[in-house]
Design a protein around this ligand. Structure first.
Ligand code: D6G
Length: 843
């Protein structure tokens, strides 16, 4: 048998990773040593692994600098329209490998580190994830930055530099425990502080209406200190900027009332101001109306808009000279995209600037605002919609509240003219919700203040028009659009699954990496035995690699020949991890009943974080670990079924597990998951999907052919009909013996022998208060899983289906999504052209 290739040798053969030019390698080595010496101030005798990582990161970063400066210079000179993506989350993950991939440096760096006696993968593993996001919404923002740079758009991501990102999840005795994510502890080599661009942000105070205009006075000031991170496009020499703001107390903070003994306390109190950028709120699809969160939302918006206006007004690079005096052409030069309602305050803040600072009329200001802003809706779940109590607003942002009231007055006047006497409609469409406590409906504010409103998958965009925003759609149908989400094929294929990327490139060339639609050319090869063999082989290698990783880092041993059945995403009732659990228990009971049957072995892996305050989600994790404890130690079951809870699921773990998965679980109740993007990542990496007709699953089935996915369960119409007729969980429980058995086991302490009623809350929800109708889809799900198991016994047919799926992935590139945003919302034209490389030979 030939000796298997080492990772080092394998990577050298892979063209998608860039070529290892000899000069390049020796330059890289020189620069690596230079950084170790001058930047890290170490030599090889005392350097730690982390020093080597930093030396490598700095070496790679050098290749960004010239391109970054040049790109920004180019924008100042050419003055193209710019797009600002405002988001409270950018879930970037790691940066080193992504930079090497986009700059075609990976092979050369691999060779250089190898020659230096270092292992590049080991160094990469030292990098912390930039975990500045919760899940899909934040990761989407990160994919969009990659696509905007790759399509040559003059784009900026604006957000908050949280000192602590999404918490690290530990599993202790089966329960989730949260640990602070101190990601900046060792420093961040990818960011550049820009204290010269610091901006003041005002809070509290009161409003004075004077003959000279409106003044917001007696405010507390917090400074916003920007940190810039380069965002390289894919091999096009473009480097855009992600600018994240950090809160800094002004030097005179709290010192105005200086008196004896006040100084020390005043310095200690600086923390209060700086707490604004301390920590990411760890909620996914859930609104928590905390004042600190509202401060975060205003902080990012106020700092960003000052920056946007400053950049709009100046032109030549490096000059602070004002060349535009008023903001009337702003909408021709600036597009602002609001990632959900979190940055909705951009609308009243831009109004405030135009009215109070620029002294524009209301009509002129409103025209500028609405032509500049656009809003993306990410969910229809009522508990996720932002509704800020007016009292909070009045106290923190009194001028903005006035402006919102005036926006609402004019908006309701228009509606009243269109529908005379329809008071209920006015109540439904108001930006101000009446009740015990008056609240501002931020989605309504966004719709009224934007020229475009989009959902994130076709089905979701249709649902918001028909339900959540029906009244608004009726008056302004032209505003409503769809932009089906996408993922960047750079990170989610080339970077995380180079073997598969290369197998595809061997058949259809490399261009598909920037034009993912070309994947359809794979259909020519769907019956080609060599492709089937190659794809199955890569999957097996990925599974082996992941098994080794699990064994090393989590001390669990799994059978790499079993089907890897994976559900990784935030833990939420609507995502129905409980349905997956019921399938696990059903399989377990079946194996116990007929141990000698020819079962398809499965390793079922579930991973995801629960919001720290979400009791049910935490209990769902406990149920999964409890079921695992029983199943995994049952000798009758043995290798045929294993249940693993994947601790601390994050971007970097996604990059490892997704390429190794056979089956992707996308099983939300139809109508609840706006799009999903994990579903697309699995599809692109050669996993088959078991899923409901929800979110982007619908379009995945359309692109790959419904026969190539395992689609089951209620459609949105069925769910709606059931809502009308009434959902009776007990009916299913009493009628379906396997369901009853599983529930009785959970309720009776079979999985929690030390505390029989441990799962009583889950049992109670499922039987009596289940908003997400788990039992109604149970039978269809189990039957569909049986089909999955049967097909897995036929590897060739399975892999053919995989090829149909990969070939159908073209639509799900975030390049396609961003090209549509650019043309249909921002009024910009994407381009695949390269800009010239900088002159410095190192670049
Ligand atoms: C980035 C790259 C750097 C540039 C800076 C400011 O840090 O070369 O000078 O952005 O750009 P503007 O904020 O003036 O566009």
């Amino acid at each position: 048998m030939p000796k298997p290739l080492t990772d080092q040798e394998k990577r050298k053969q892979i063209s998608v990773r860039g070529l290892a030019g000899v000069e390049n390698v020796s330059d890289l080595k020189t620069n690596f040593n230079r950084h170790l010496h001058f930047t890290l101030v170490k030599d090889r005798n005392v350097a730690t692994k982390r020093d080597y990582y930093f030396a490598l990161a700095n070496t790679v970063r050098d290749h960004l600098v010239g391109r970054w400066i040049r790109t920004q210079q180019h924008y100042y000179e050419k003055d193209p329209k710019r797009v600002y993506y405002l988001s409270l989350e950018f879930y970037m993950g790691r940066t080193l490998q992504n930079t090497m991939v986009n700059l075609a440096l990976e092979n050369a760096c691999d060779e250089a580190t190898y020659q230096l006696g270092l292992d590049m993968e080991e160094l990469q593993d030292i990098e912390e994830d930039a975990g500045l996001g919760n899940g899909g919404l934040g990761r989407l923002a990160a994919c969009f930055l990659d696509s905007m740079a790759s399509l040559g758009l003059a784009a900026y991501g604006y957000g908050i530099r949280y000192e602590f990102g999404i918490f690290n999840q530990k599993i202790v005795n089966g329960w989730q425990v949260e640990e602070a994510d101190d990601w900046l502890r060792y420093g961040n080599p990818w960011e550049k502080a820009r204290p010269e661009y610091m901006r003041p942000v005002h809070f509290y105070g009161r409003v004075e209406h004077t003959p000279e205009g409106v003044k917001w006075v007696d405010t507390q000031v917090v400074l916003a200190l920007p940190y810039d991170t380069p965002v390289p496009g894919y091999r096009n020499n473009v480097v855009n900027t992600m600018r994240l703001w950090s809160a800094k107390a002004p030097c005179d903070f709290n010192l105005k009332d200086f008196n004896v003994g006040g100084y020390i306390q005043a310095v200690l109190d600086r923390n209060l101001a700086e707490n604004i950028s301390r920590v990411l709120y760890p909620n996914d699809n859930f609104f928590e109306g905390k004042e600190l969160r509202l401060k975060q939302e205003y902080f990012v918006v106020a700092a960003t808009l000052q920056d946007i206006v400053r950049r709009f007004k100046s032109s030549k690079f490096g000059s602070t000279e004002v060349v535009r005096v008023d903001l009337s052409t702003l909408p021709d030069k600036v597009a602002i995209q609001l990632n959900d309602t979190h940055p909705a305050l951009a609308i009243p803040e831009l109004m405030r600037i135009l009215l109070d600072t620029e002294h524009q009329t209301w009509e002129k200001a409103w025209d500028i605002v609405t032509r500049t802003c656009a809003y993306t809706n990410h969910t229809v779940l009522p508990e996720a919609l932002e509704r800020w109590p007016i009292d909070l607003f009045q106290n923190l942002l009194p001028r903005h509240l006035e402006i919102i009231f005036e926006i609402n007055r004019r908006h309701l006047e228009r509606i009243a003219n269109l529908y005379p006497g329809d008071h209920d409609r006015l109540r439904r469409m108001s930006l101000v919700e009446e009740g015990d406590q008056k609240k501002i409906n931020m989605a309504h504010l966004c719709i009224v203040g934007s020229h475009a409103v989009n959902g994130v998958a076709r089905i979701h965009s249709d649902i918001i028009k028909a339900t959540l925003f029906k009244d608004f759609y009726e008056v302004d149908p032209h505003k409503f659009q769809n932009k089906t989400n996408g993922i960047t094929p750079r990170r989610w294929l080339v970077m995380c699954n180079p073997g598969l990327a290369e197998v595809i490139a061997e058949r259809i060339g490399e261009d598909y990496i920037r034009d993912l639609g070309q994947l359809k050319n794979l259909l020519e090869f769907v019956d080609d035995d060599s492709l089937i063999r190659d794809i199955a082989k890569i999957k097996q290698e990925n599974k082996l690699k992941f098994s080794a990783y699990l064994e090393e880092h989590y001390k669990v041993k799994i059978n790499p020949n079993s089907m890897f059945d994976v559900q990784v995403k935030r833990i939420h009732e609507y995502k129905r991890q409980l349905l997956n659990c019921l399938h696990i228990i059903t399989l377990y009971n079946r194996i116990k009943k007929e141990p000698n049957k020819n079962w398809t072995p499965r390793t079922i892996m579930i991973g995801g974080k629960a919001a720290p305050g979400y009791h049910t989600a935490k209990l769902i994790i406990r149920l999964i670990t409890a079921v695992g404890d029983i199943v995994n130690h049952d000798e009758v079951v043995g290798d045929r079924l294993k249940v693993i809870f994947l601790e601390n699921y994050k971007v970097t773990l996604a990059e490892k597990i997704i390429p190794a998965s056979d089956l992707s679980e996308q099983i939300s109740t139809a109508g609840t998951e706006a799009s999903g993007t994990g579903n697309m990542k699995f599809m692109l990496n050669g996993a088959l999907t078991i899923g409901t007709m929800d979110g982007a699953n619908v379009e995945m089935a359309e692109e790959a052919g419904e026969e190539n996915l395992f689609i089951f369960g209620m459609r949105v119409d069925d769910v709606d009909a059931m809502d009308k007729s009434g959902y009776d969980a007990m009916e299913y429980y009493n009628r379906i013996p396997e369901l009853k058995l599983a529930m009785d086991q959970i309720a009776g302490g079979y999985f929690s022998p030390d505390q029989h009623d441990l799962f009583k809350d889950i049992v109670n929800i499922l039987l009596h208060h289940d908003r997400f109708k788990v039992f109604a889809d149970y039978e269809a799900y189990i039957k569909c899983q049986d089909k999955v198991s049967a097909l897995y016994k036929n590897p060739k047919e399975w892999t053919k289906m995989v090829i149909h799926n990969i070939a159908g992935c073209g639509k799900f590139s975030s390049d396609r999504t961003i090209a549509q945003y650019a043309r249909e919302i921002w009024g910009m034209e994407p381009s695949l052209e390269r800009i010239p490389a900088p002159d410095d030979p190192r670049q």
